[in-house]
Design a protein around this ligand. Structure first.
Ligand code: AMP
Length: 140
């Protein structure tokens, strides 16, 4: 599949669309999922145009995984869930809906309402508040 320059995450990377930032470095950007499946649902993307993990160059792999791990640790610290789910979908058949590589980080606990994928848009103020807590808990 060809990379579509007009996908929403490409626009976020070019500052043509807004996001609620959680973390950024020279190779990675992480921001709140606007349709969170649980509070704190964060997306981590490389600053490299690829639809999927298979085509990610080596130099982005470590920074992407490291940021994902560090944000997952921050989410554990903030929400104290019993589990953290890290998801990464490659291709429409795998359920991918935005075609710029991304990892989902989603807290999971027994009894915590786990919402549907890509369905309900969350209030910006709530997302800002969750992002603030996660940002403060990130240890690089
Ligand atoms: P996937 O199905 O793995 O491609 O997931 C794409 C994710 O992007 C979904 O969880 C959506 O809720 C999320 N999403 C879509 N548009 C935006 C946006 N503008 N900002 C943040 N997250 C988004």
């Amino acid at each position: 599949m060809n990379y579509d320059q007009e996908n929403i995450f490409a626009k976020i990377l070019r500052n043509e669309a807004n996001c609620i930032k959680v973390y950024e470095d020279s190779k990675v950007l992480a921001f709140m999922d606007v349709m969170p499946q649980a509070p704190g649902h964060t997306l981590v993307i490389p600053k490299f145009e690829t639809t999927d993990l298979i085509n990610l160059p080596d130099e982005y792999l470590d920074p992407l995984l490291k940021a994902t791990r560090n944000i997952a640790a921050a989410i554990k610290k903030v929400y104290s869930p019993t589990g953290v789910m890290i998801l990464q979908l490659n291709g429409e058949e795998a359920g991918q809906t935005v075609f710029h590589l991304h990892f989902h980080i989603i807290q999971r606990s027994e009894g915590l309402n786990y919402r549907f994928h890509s369905r309900d848009i969350e209030d910006t103020e709530i997302l800002e508040n969750e992002a603030k807590k996660i940002r403060q808990a990130i240890v690089i």
